[in-house]
Ligand binder design. Structure first.
Ligand code: CO
Length: 151
């Protein structure tokens, strides 16, 4: 069982811009990545970013229920390389903002490059809910919360 605790707002950690993980140290973060997945599942999130467990590092997880992949994604050092001009609005919540929900406008389509902790750089093309989750989690790494984006 994970011992990670969720950070909820207001908290300075959630408002701090996180930093990249040095590539030669990726392997040291594997256990934390797995614990983040456990925490994401325990708290029934579809994604989780490292600041939400108290670490200002550029790492996040996405639930396989959203990716429809075989495994949950554990990614670090993401770079958004494309955001569509077309946007749409969806009601969002956040584990760090308990019981608060609101409409957030985001790009419909996104392309993101990010590393898995084995050092492989992946490119993700996403639309729909997955595009929202990528944008939501990367916002966390930049110190941005849904509260800032409510319509
Ligand atoms: Co969130």
């Amino acid at each position: 069982m994970t011992t990670l605790k969720l950070v909820t707002q207001p908290n300075k950690i959630l408002r701090t811009v996180s930093i990249d993980i040095a590539r030669e140290t990726f392997s040291e973060y594997k256990k934390l990545g797995e614990e983040m997945v456990e925490a994401m599942l325990k708290y029934e999130g579809i994604g989780l970013a490292a600041p939400q467990i108290g670490r200002n590092i550029n790492m996040f997880t996405i639930n396989k229920d959203v990716t429809l992949g075989e495994d949950h994604l554990i990614l670090c050092n993401p770079k958004i390389v494309f955001l569509s001009k077309g946007t749409n609005v969806m009601e969002e919540g956040c584990l760090s903002c308990p019981k608060i929900y609101g409409d957030v406008s985001r790009s419909e389509k996104i392309r993101v490059k990010a590393f898995s902790l084995d050092g492989v750089l992946h490119t993700f093309k996403a639309k729909g809910l997955l595009a929202k989750v990528f944008q939501h989690e990367i916002d966390h790494l930049n110190g941005t919360l849904i509260l800032d984006k409510f319509e």
